[in-house]
Design a protein around this ligand. Structure first.
Ligand code: URA
Length: 221
């Protein structure tokens, strides 16, 4: 296992050093202060020295209830696909662009809404700080919303999925379909899952290269 990078520059830009744990606690506090009232934060989780960060769109009902990202049906499919390409979720950092369950009222029912542009902008501000703290080498975006925030506003999933792009803060970013998509695509679901698996295989190949580079770099210092 690669050694944890425990020190980082002061997130305020000052000269001091904060541990990643402290920096993440500070970000969590900021999210709790700035989140729209009545919303429960669902923060990122995983290894703070992860080489790969997975970024979804926004938590759903199940994630809000458990306070953890990707624990509902889409998360279960994500876990299965990661396992199929030999990526271990516990080695990664998993988070969302929007850090709360976006909802709308339909009659008496509360249902999932598409996050608004203003929510995505607020989420991106926190996410950039999260990327700065975790300092991953690779980012996997799940779905168009995350891909457009991280890779570029003209990102088109059908055209661009599985391709590598420069991401923020010297990362390399790729996107694939959001795992909720095949779950509601009926008969087309299986072929979407196959495309996702091909993308994740490319991700795994790059992940192995990057992990090897890190081992070599750490051996030199
Ligand atoms: N969908 C997402 O984008 N994120 C989650 O955490 C769960 C479902």
């Amino acid at each position: 296992m690669l050694e944890a990078k425990t020190n980082m520059a002061d997130p305020s830009g000052g000269a001091g050093h904060f541990s990643k744990t402290q920096a993440l606690a500070r970000l969590a506090q900021q999210v709790r202060q700035e989140i729209p009232s009545g919303k429960k934060p669902v923060l990122g989780e995983g290894r703070s020295d992860a080489l790969l960060m997975v970024v979804g769109e926004a938590p759903g009902k199940e994630e809000e209830a458990q306070g953890r990202p990707f624990v509902g049906p889409a998360g279960k499919l994500l876990n299965r696909l990661l396992t199929q390409v030999a990526l271990d979720r516990s080695e990664l950092w998993v988070t969302n662009l929007v850090k709360w369950w976006p909802t709308e009222e339909k009659g008496l029912r509360t249902q999932t809404a598409t996050p608004r542009a203003i929510d995505a902008r607020l989420g991106l501000r926190w996410l950039i700080e999260e990327i700065r703290i975790i300092h991953p080498r690779l980012i996997l975006c799940l779905g168009n919303l995350a891909a457009r925030a991280i890779i570029g506003k003209d990102y088109n999933m059908t055209r661009d999925h599985g391709a590598w792009y420069p991401g923020p803060l010297s990362t390399e970013a790729m996107a694939t379909f959001h795992p909720a998509y095949p779950l509601r695509a009926g008969e087309a679901g299986d072929s979407i899952v196959r495309l996702m698996l091909l993308d994740l295989l490319k991700l795994k190949a790059r992940f192995d290269q990057v992990a090897q580079q890190e081992i070599q770099t750490n051996a030199m210092v």
